[in-house]
Structure formats: C-alpha cells, structure tokens
Design a protein around this ligand. Structure first.
Ligand code: GLU
Length: 364
C-alpha cells in the first residue's frame, strides 16, 4: 500500500525531488481511503466450532465449541485486516455435530446473495471440523459464482496453548483475497493446506493435521503468507443446484456395512420416508446377501440407492463385483458416504432417474 501511495505522489507531483517523495508518508485517513479502495472485500460468515471454542485453561483439552462471537474472532487476528476489508456476520454458533440442512440452505442463499449483489469479492466460513467437509461440498454444489469461498476451522480451542485457529483464519483470509484464488470456488484451508471441497475429509479425531484429500492431495500449499496452487480438479459441476426456493432437501440416509450386518436399519429408514440410501459398503462397496436383497428391493421400489465405501479412499467401481445394472444401483465413484449423501440429496431435487444420478456422480 505504502509503495502505491508513493507511486501516486510520484505521478502527481513530478516536480518534487526523489528524496521528498520517498519521505512523504500518508496520513492515517489517507491510508484508510487508499486501503478501502484497493483491498479485496471479504465477508466472514461465522457458524461456530472449535475455532470459536473456549476451554478452562491453556493446557486442558476440554472445551465447549461455539463460544466466541464473530466480533471477538475479528479482533483476535489483527493481521488479517491488512490483507482485506473484512466484515463479519454470525450465521450460527454451534458445534458442527449440530450442523443441519436448514443452516446449509441459509449459508448457501446468503453467499449467493453476497456475490449476486457484489457485496464482497470472497467469503470465508468459520466452521466446526466434524462436518466441515459436508458443508464445503454442499456449498461447492450450490454457489453459482466461482469466487473464493473458503471454509476454515481449528482443532484446538481459542484459549489453548498453540491454538491453530488464529493462524488458520489468517491463512483463510489470505487465500480468499489472493489474486491467484480468483476462480477457485469453494475450498477448505487448514494446517497450511488448501483442499478442494469435493475431495477433503477429516481423517483424525484430534490432530491438527486431520484434513486430507486421501486420493488426490491438496490443491495448494501455504507458506510465508502466500499460497501456491498445483492442481485443479476435473470434477466440476456442469450445472450448480439451485436451492433458492427450497427450505428442505429429500431425505437420504446412510447405511453402514459390517460383517454379518442385518437389513433392519434399511427397513427402518425406508419406513421413515427415505427417498435415497447411500450404502457405506465393504471394500469396493460390497454387501452380504440379506443387505444386498434389501437394497435391491429398495432400488426397485423407486428409492435411489448409491453404493459407496467405508474404506476411506479409492473408487467404488460400476458393474464389477456387483451387478449394478441388474440391481438398479448407482456408484459414488470416489466420494465418501457423507459426501455421496450430499450429492444424492441435491440430485433428488431434480431427478429420480438412477441413470441420470449416475451421470451426475461421475461428473460432479
Ligand atoms: N465437534 C466440534 C465441531 O465440529 C468441535 C470440533 C472442531 O471444531 O474441531 O464443531
């Protein structure tokens, strides 16, 4: 900024000597005016989580998520105000284990409104880490703009020694306002890494290095206050899902596969009104005979059944070990069960055709 101000002076006051120009320092008011004009505008939408958590002491692990309001978060990291003109809004203040479809819709509608009205150049969403990946994927499928939407959280509460929230928040604002992030869309920033919303997952219950993209790695690395991107996913929704007029989504439940599993859970979910089932299968999405029969019956009665895997990485492949065509199933490709549920709920807002749903799962 200071350099730009000196340049402005140099152009406007060319009769001045170099020495005079170099010592000209903008007043605070002039500086604010320049910054306001040139800084990217970032809106932080706060939803709670550990990044807003408070504990009893700096060394104890026990804490309560969603205690610190947005104003305190904004003041906690003064450095981020040098990167962007920041405003904050409190959307929720919950642990992300309580995240729900109502809040997803609220977030998505607000972010679309922000970009439609040109209220900001980028959005940062602070979030608990438990369901952060699901919210990120939901937003990546429903936000129409490709402007940066950066989700960020923390594994240690704000009161802990070596807390990671402040650093992560600063990195998130940096990524959101970096020129090279201009069309990056929805990403997750944690632990000096940038991940695609589609690929990232929480892999460890307590480690600060919990977020990983097991199949493809991070999109970018953060070091010394800068982000370097290395990859871009070829899986980009050809058409974003429009949730503007929705206040709920079709019910989709997840069935977990295990040795000697019974089909009872499937029957309960169907009785409860499920319109879709994601099966978190064994190995390459496999099931035992009773579970397979219950899933096939569901598929043939018009419930969308998508096979995914509980393994944690790799793809579930179509028509290999399982005859998906005959049984009426689609496969989740490399989406984990919780991400497959998000995509299936959104797909079911437009179609019940399992072939169309399969096409969406291969492309999005
Ligand atoms: N379970 C809480 C949540 O997801 C705390 C975990 C966290 O934020 O890391 O909000």
């Amino acid at each position: 900024m200071k350099r730009m101000f000196v340049l402005t002076l140099a152009l406007g006051l060319s009769f001045q000597s170099q020495a005079q120009i170099a010592t000209a320092t903008p007043t605070k008011a002039e500086m604010t005016k320049i910054q306001t004009k040139t800084q990217p505008r970032v809106i932080i939408l706060a939803t709670g989580g550990t990044i807003a958590g408070a504990g009893e002491s700096a060394t104890k692990a026990a804490y309560k998520a969603g205690q610190v309001p947005i104003d305190a978060l904004l003041n906690a990291v003064p450095e981020m105000h040098q990167l962007a003109k920041i405003e904050g809004e409190q959307v929720a203040n919950i642990g992300s284990q309580d995240m729900n479809i109502e809040t997803w819709l609220k977030l998505s509608k607000r972010i679309n409104q922000i970009f439609d009205n040109n209220e900001a150049d980028a959005v940062v969403v602070t979030h608990g880490t438990d369901t952060l990946e699901e919210t990120a994927y939901f937003l990546s499928l429903t936000i129409r703009s490709n402007k940066p939407v950066v989700l960020v959280g923390a594994m240690r509460p704000s009161t802990a020694m070596s807390q990671d929230g402040n650093r992560n928040l600063l990195d998130a604002v940096m990524v959101a306002s970096a020129p090279q992030s201009k069309n990056i869309g929805t990403v997750v920033v944690m632990n000096e890494l940038v991940f695609a919303a589609r690929d990232v997952t929480k892999t460890n219950t307590t480690s600060t290095a919990t977020f990983q993209s097991r199949n493809f790695g991070p999109l970018g690395l953060i070091y010394d206050g800068k982000v370097n991107y290395y990859y871009q996913s070829t899986h980009q929704p050809t058409k974003k899902f429009n949730v503007d007029k929705l206040d709920k989504l079709p019910q989709v439940d997840i069935v977990y596969g295990y040795a000697d599993a019974s089909p009872k859970a499937i029957e309960c979910m169907i009785a409860d009104g499920a319109k879709g089932l994601v099966y978190a299968g064994l190995g390459n999405g496999n099931f035992n005979a009773p579970v397979g029969a219950a899933l096939e019956k569901a598929a043939k009665s018009g419930i969308a059944v998508v096979r995914s895997a509980r393994a944690g990485s790799g793809r579930v492949t179509l028509n290999n070990e399982v005859n998906d065509a005959a049984m009426g199933f689609a496969v989740a490709d490399d989406l984990n069960p919780q991400k497959a549920r998000v995509l299936l709920m959104l797909s079911l807002t437009g179609t019940n055709d399992i072939k169309v749903i399969q096409d969406i799962f291969f492309k999005y």
